[in-house]
Ligand binder design. Sequence first.
Ligand code: FMN
Length: 174
Amino acid sequence: MTEPDGKPFLYVVVCAAGIAADVGQLIAAAQELGWEVGVIATPVAASGFFDIGAVEAQTGRPIRSAWRVPGDPRPFPPPDAVLVAPATFNTINKWAAGTADTLALGTLCEAYGLGVPTVVLPCVADALAAHPAYQESLVRLRGMGVRFGDPYSGEVQEGGGRPEFGWERALDLL
Ligand SMILES: Cc1cc2nc3c(=O)[nH]c(=O)nc-3n(C[C@H](O)[C@H](O)[C@H](O)COP(=O)(O)O)c2cc1C
């Protein structure tokens, strides 16, 4: 839902991949384009994969990870769009299967029924991506209209170092 200040609201769903430490780059790029951002982290991601305090300061909102208690107000307005970055093997497979046992997964499962545009930047090692369940999950989610960035394995290249994750790709796909 568009915020009172006229800005559209973006959910950034953060999963427990090592690259999540740099999610501030995505938030900054989204804010630059005029999005108001709220972050939903998986419980594992929120347990130390990125700097919670820095991201809360950047978005001006608490990070959501656990379900709210019945009766509590919804901390975020409804989303105009959802970005999942980085997206793990685990979350992609559970989302495709319709599992909603974390707030992040429940939010993703619901986005389809609400017709909210959803974009994913996977960060999945080649050895995991080869699993047939993962390939089936991608087919299923693409069939639901979910847009995917190119595969990113995070593997160290020859000569050391990892390729750029390219956080801004997510915004181009929206
Ligand atoms: C340091 C570290 C880095 C990880 N990086 C990745 C990764 O890039 N991609 C991935 O799919 N899983 C990665 N994992 C494994 C996930 O954290 C694990 O599967 C977890 O259950 C995912 O939870 P979530 O999908 O709820 O965030 C990593 C684990 C650790 C400890």
